[in-house]
Design a protein around this ligand. Structure first.
Ligand code: FE2
Length: 252
C-alpha cells in the first residue's frame, strides 16, 4: 500500500499536499527539514494523517482509507495500553496519562500517523544530504515500524550513535520531548537520524517506514509531574509546543 501511494505520479501526490500544521496530506522532499543547521538536505517524502482528515485521503488507491483507519485503530489501542504501563512504571495515579490523550484523532489532538518513503539515492549525491536529519520527536512517544533495509541510528547516553537494526515483528518506541518534560528528564527524548547508506546496494534501494507520533491533547499543559503547583509559573500547552516545532521545520 505504501509503495502504491508513493509510486503515484508526483502531480497526483502533490494534489494531496499537506497545507499547514493542522492538515493531513503529502509532504514532498525537502518540505520538512528536521536538522536546522549545516544547510542539510533531507531526501524523503511522507504522507501524514492528522486530526480530522476528511477529504485528504487519496481515492486513487483501493482500500487506502480503510487500511489507514485500521492502522489508527491498532495504534490507538497500543498507545492506551502503553500509557497504562507508563503510569504504573512512573507511579502515577490510574488514568493520568491516558486522560491526557483522550481526544486522539479529533480536532483537539495532533497525534499523527506518517507513512515515510526514502527514495533511492541518486548517483550524484548532492552535498550535505541525509535521509533524515538528527532530531528528537516532539510528543509523548513514537512507535515505528521499519522495513529490513536498516539505517536508523539512535544516540545513547554516552553520546554515541548506534544502529537500531530492524528486528522482524518488533516495533521501536521512542521517547519524545513532551514525555521528557513531564518526567523532568527521567525519561529522555531519543535523538535519532537516518544517514545515506555506505553500502552501494542499500543506496540504490528505497527505505520505507510507518511512524505513529502520540501527542497529548492540545490543551494539556506541559508541567512536570513532580513539580508542585505554582500559580506564578506558566507552562506551554501541548499544542503550542508542537506548533512551534512544526512551523520551524516545515516549509508549508
Ligand atoms: Fe523522528
Amino acid at each position: 500500500m505504501i509503495n502504491t501511494f508513493f509510486n503515484l505520479p508526483f502531480e497526483i501526490k502533490k494534489s494531496y499536499a499537506r497545507k499547514d500544521a493542522y492538515s493531513a496530506g503529502y509532504v514532498e522532499p525537502s518540505k520538512e527539514i528536521l536538522k536546522q543547521s549545516d544547510n542539510v538536505k533531507e531526501l524523503r517524502e511522507s504522507f501524514d494523517i492528522i486530526g480530522n482528515f476528511d477529504g485528504f485521503i487519496p481515492n486513487e488507491i483501493e482500500k487506502f482509507e480503510r487500511s489507514l483507519l485500521k492502522m489508527i485503530e491498532m495504534g490507538s489501542d497500543f498507545f492506551s495500553k502503553f500509557l497504562r504501563c507508563l503510569e504504573i512504571g512512573l507511579n502515577l495515579p490510574f488514568g493520568t496519562l491516558q486522560d491526557m490523550h483522550a481526544k486522539i484523532y479529533s480536532d483537539s489532538n495532533m497525534s499523527t500517523l506518517r507513512l515515510i518513503h526514502y527514495p533511492p539515492i541518486p548517483f550524484e549525491i548532492p552535498e550535505n544530504c541525509v535521509r533524515c536529519g538528527e532530531h528528537t520527536d516532539y510528543g509523548t512517544i513514537t512507535i515505528l515500524f521499519q522495513d529490513n533495509m536498516g539505517g536508523l541510528e539512535v544516540k545513547n547516553r554516552n553520546n554515541e550513535w548506534v544502529q537500531a537494526h530492524p528486528v522482524p515483528g518488533a516495533l521501536l518506541v521512542n521517547v519524545g520531548d513532551m514525555l521528557q518534560k513531564f518526567t523532568s528528564g527521567r525519561l529522555r527524548a531519543t535523538p535519532h537520524r537516518v544517514l545515506i547508506p555506505e553500502e552501494e546496494r542499500r543506496k540504490r534501494c528505497p527505505r520505507k517506514s510507518v511512524v505513529f507520533f502520540l501527542v497529548p491533547d492540545n490543551d494539556v499543559i506541559l508541567k512536570p509531574f513532580e513539580e508542585p503547583k505554582d500559580e506564578t509559573k506558566s507552562y506551554e500547552t501541548s499544542h503550542d509546543y508542537l506548533y512551534s516545532r512544526l512551523i520551524s521545520t516545515f516549509n508549508f
